[in-house]
Design a protein around this ligand. Structure first.
Ligand code: PLP
Length: 401
């Protein structure tokens, strides 16, 4: 899609037009059986997505936010607990923590990857927590409550540096829930195990969103929890369905958080293309890296550590002239985005928690300088050239290259 010479940040229309017949037949099948909730299509998708992630269990839920909330509760996070995550994420991460009754604490991110900095996590646990002598747990000095879980966010399609994070989690007895909502198919090389591991297979549980704009997107809302832990999966199955173990037998109070069969059927169709789409995103990212290399003095391209095989949910550059560059690209008909403009700790919604500017400087500086360029499977090479030419033209006018 390239209407009126505009290059969108993301093209959601073309892939759906290409798959129209298959997607419509999903809907027709559902109409024939009126099997709209649960049933064999949902179960088939859960099996296939579990296999894709290299885990035994997947539970489809209503959204990525549901997935995070259910994973935390099922993993045993209690009301009043403290859960640690990063400030530069989508608010769903901290919404889920609050909705599970817990409190968020933050550690800042690595300057180059924008994902949780294991050194800062170590320093948080060592200096911003005390150790409860009875339980051995870290207790946050700020919240006064035990730190029981950790949510590293695999941002922009690249996983967090999981080896040292998992090691610290083991040492402090913390449950790790991966926020893999932007990382369907991303991989991490675990030195400890000497092999590549898929996003969603490393934590106690992991959470995925199938919001339409994600690498694997539904035609509506959907999400999933993946895990190696059968008991946790069973718990999530109950939580998504009003706490039922069987119909009208409610073991716990749960939620209405099911994935519907039409979305599951749509996701099954699209899952078959995800590997190819991710490969196209990789090629697109490489082309951007090459084309933008001459501007290295003023525009930083995404950093990819040797342990990472990202799936480039977003292609995020960094420049101190971000706002002007964004205006310039908008005027040239090029769609851009900022993911995200305000770090979570500075959002109005959390004003009462008392965070201030300066608390997490790496996230704050990034928020002022990052810019997401058009990135999607099917982005044509000539359109990419146009994007880079527009960036270069701006850089030369500003004489910043
Ligand atoms: C999209 C996203 C979510 C939330 O997913 P929904 O399906 O929109 O509820 C959570 N975390 C991150 C990092 C996301 O990008």
């Amino acid at each position: 899609m390239n209407t009126n010479g505009q290059i969108p940040l993301v093209d959601l229309v073309t892939p759906h037009q290409e798959l129209e017949d298959e997607l419509v037949s999903v809907f027709k099948t559902a109409l024939k059986t009126a099997g709209f909730i649960g049933g064999p299509i949902v179960e088939a998708f859960e099996r296939e997505f579990a296999e894709f992630c290299g885990v035994p269990c997947c539970v489809g839920v209503g959204s990525g936010t549901d997935a995070l909330r259910f994973a935390l509760i099922a993993a045993g996070v209690q009301p009043g607990d403290t859960v640690v995550t990063v400030p530069n994420t989508f608010i769903a991460t901290t919404e889920a923590i609050s909705q599970a009754g817990a409190r968020s604490d933050f550690v800042d991110v690595d300057e180059r990857t924008y994902t949780m900095d294991p050194e800062r996590l170590r320093s948080y646990l060592e200096t911003e927590c005390t150790r409860d002598l009875q339980t051995g747990r870290a207790v946050s000095k700020r919240t006064g409550s035990p730190v029981t879980a950790l949510i590293p966010v695999h941002l922009y399609g690249q996983m967090a540096d999981m080896d040292p994070i998992l090691e610290l989690a083991a040492r402090y007895n913390l449950v790790v829930i991966e926020d893999a909502c932007q990382a369907h198919g991303a991989e991490y090389f675990s030195k400890k195990e000497n092999r590549w591991r898929k996003a969603g297979s490393l934590g106690r549980a992991a959470t995925f969103s199938f919001y339409p704009g994600k690498n694997l997107g539904a035609c509506g809302e959907a999400g999933a929890v993946t895990t190696n832990d059968e008991a946790l999966a069973r718990q999530v199955r109950m939580l998504r369905d009003h706490g039922q173990s069987k119909k009208y037998y409610h073991d716990v109070e749960g939620y209405n958080g099911r994935i519907d069969a039409i979305q599951a059927g749509i996701l099954r169709v699209k899952l078959q293309h995800l590997g190819r789409w991710n490969e196209e995103r990789r090629q697109t990212a490489e082309r951007y890296n090459e084309l933008l290399a001459p501007l290295a003095g003023s525009v930083a391209t995404p950093y990819q550590p040797s342990w990472s095989k990202p799936v480039h949910h977003l292609y995020v550059i960094r420049t101190s002239y971000r706002d002007e560059l964004q205006r310039h690209l908008t005027a040239a008909g090029i769609g851009t985005g900022i993911h995200y403009p305000i770090p979570i700790h500075l959002q109005v919604a959390y004003a009462a928690l008392g965070w201030t500017r300066g608390d997490f400087p790496v996230s704050e500086d990034a928020a002022d300088q990052i810019l997401s360029l058009p990135m999607f499977a099917g982005l044509r090479s000539r359109d990419q050239h146009r994007v880079v030419e527009a960036v270069a033209a701006f850089a030369s006018v500003r004489s910043i290259s």
